[in-house]
Design a protein around this ligand. Structure first.
Ligand code: SAH
Length: 461
């Protein structure tokens, strides 16, 4: 990494430079090297020569604004979204899907090599079955824009709401629900929340759509205890959204970036929706995690089960299990499954999901995964397989120590952050495990995130 005083940088603020783009940042921006210094240019593609103006000198890189593409990549395409580059939601509309997949696979490979110190060959990436309209969850921030309540997405690196109209990666029901809520806000004079003054009512419009059943969950996140004209809102949603399953209010009075509040009130329907995944039926509450790309999640979970190599006799553990999706897919092929999850609504969903699918061999605990792992290890539980699917920050050492103590023959690690995955694989491979598989899954087409599945096998097994 390049660590020098900024006055020693080989480029100056305001300077216009021609650059050869050789790779990508983890956010999908182009990167060039100038005398070893990384120069980051959003919207540039590997292999291109671009002209950029240096606008920021950071601690480890300089940042240029793309002025002109002097030699375009054959992968450059006309963006399929009119908001590309102005909306912070997506990163890859300026290139074709093949190049996006290359960038993501390369990111995983680099992380495993550089951070994990692992000797891996080229990392394969499984394309998403759909690259538009695939998202089943939308979280639209709400703000007053030009005097009008507006919902959309944040502009890159800001909290300014951009009114996007139809979002290309969302299903159309989510946008329809959003438009209906915004119309209701404008008609009934309902205020938008302002993060700075902490005044105003509506913070977010959260919409989840079930891919198979088509049911729609709309949750209005408010900085208050109630909303005016509650019935009008529900009636409007019933008229405009097909298959409206439930409408909730989430009470959220704390500052900060968490989208949902802690308490919920159901305005219509049962407070949850139902979907099917890998042939099983799932109840989904707003607070429960559920993969946003249904069809790709199915492929990923099938891979997890295949890598677990179950024969029906095994005990499997599913740490960070959410609503029990992976646990229950495993339970069809294992003797016993123990799932651990920290969100109580998700654990309640997981228990209900086991019941509704008639899977009596899955049990769930509501706890911190690494504390539960230590507890289960102390109870003498020795699973044959542990599946982990943590949030971006990855595992902690106490949790991994407990996993090593339980000595499963296989560990299947599903990760949404290649850097923390690589760090954790380094830790586990130094403690008697061998990496046998690492494969990327494009769960988030057009967006910078990438999912990876890795399998470790006990070296003496
Ligand atoms: N395996 C599930 C969920 C994965 S997302 C699926 O594929 O659907 C990660 C999950 O970890 C979320 O449900 C989140 O609530 C949970 N989580 C976050 N921190 C946790 C912790 N410290 N202990 C246990 N679970 C945690």
């Amino acid at each position: 990494m390049f660590h020098v005083k900024q006055r020693d940088y080989p480029v100056r603020l305001g300077q216009v430079v021609d650059l050869e783009i050789t790779g990508y940042t983890s956010e999908g921006q182009g990167v060039a090297r100038v005398e070893g210094l990384a120069v980051v240019v959003a919207g540039a593609i590997r292999g291109e020569t671009v002209r950029a103006k240096i606008e920021h000198l950071g601690h480890t890189a300089a940042y240029g604004r793309l002025l002109e593409v002097l030699r375009p990549s054959p992968h450059r395409v006309a963006p399929g979204c009119p908001h590309a580059g102005r909306c912070g939601g997506c990163a890859f509309w300026h290139m074709d899907y093949a190049e996006e997949l290359h960038a993501k696979a390369q990111r995983v490979e680099d992380a495993l090599r550089r951070i994990g110190g692992l000797e891996v060959g080229p990392v394969e990436i499984v394309p998403s079955p759909q690259s538009t309209g695939y998202r089943n969850k939308a979280q639209y921030p709400v703000a007053l824009v030009n005097g009008k309540a507006t919902a959309g997405f944040f502009r890159p690196r800001t909290h300014q709401v951009l009114d996007v109209g139809r979002c290309r990666i969302q299903g159309s029901a989510a946008d329809r629900a959003k438009e209906t809520v915004v119309r209701w806000m404008r008609a009934c004079g309902v205020s938008a929340y302002d993060e700075k003054t902490r005044q105003g009512l509506v913070r977010h419009i959260y919409v989840r759509t079930a891919a198979v059943t088509g049911q729609v969950l709309v949750c209005l996140v408010v900085h208050g205890d109630q909303i005016p004209q509650e019935n009008t809102l529900v009636e409007n949603l019933l008229t405009s959204v097909d298959n409206l399953g439930t409408v909730l209010l989430s009470i959220h009075k704390k500052p900060g970036n968490a989208v949902l509040g802690d308490s919920f009130r159901t305005l219509y329907g049962p407070g949850y929706i139902e979907d099917q995944l890998c042939g099983l039926s799932f109840r989904l509450s707003p607070r429960s995690f559920y993969q946003v790309n249904h069809d790709q999640a199915q492929q990923l979970y099938e891979a997890a089960v295949a890598l677990a190599g179950l024969t029906g006799k095994e005990t499997a553990m599913d740490l960070y299990c959410g609503t029990g999706t992976i646990s229950l897919v495993l339970a069809r092929r294992a003797a016993r499954v123990i799932g651990v999850e920290i969100i109580d609504q998700a654990v309640a969903d997981a228990k209900e999901n086991a019941l509704r699918n008639g899977l009596t061999n899955a049990e769930f605990r509501c706890a911190d995964a690494s504390q539960a792992a230590a507890q289960l290890a102390a109870e003498g539980i020795r699973p044959d397989v542990i599946v982990v699917d943590p949030p971006r920050k990855g595992l902690d050492e106490a949790g991994m120590d407990a996993m090593v103590q339980m000595a499963p023959e296989k560990i299947v690690y599903i990760s949404c952050d290649p850097a923390t995955l690589a760090r954790d694989l380094k830790y586990l491979t130094a403690r008697g495990y061998r990496l046998t598989t690492a494969r990327a899954y494009d769960m988030f087409p057009r967006c910078a995130h990438v999912e990876t599945i890795a399998r470790l096998v006990r070296a003496d097994a």
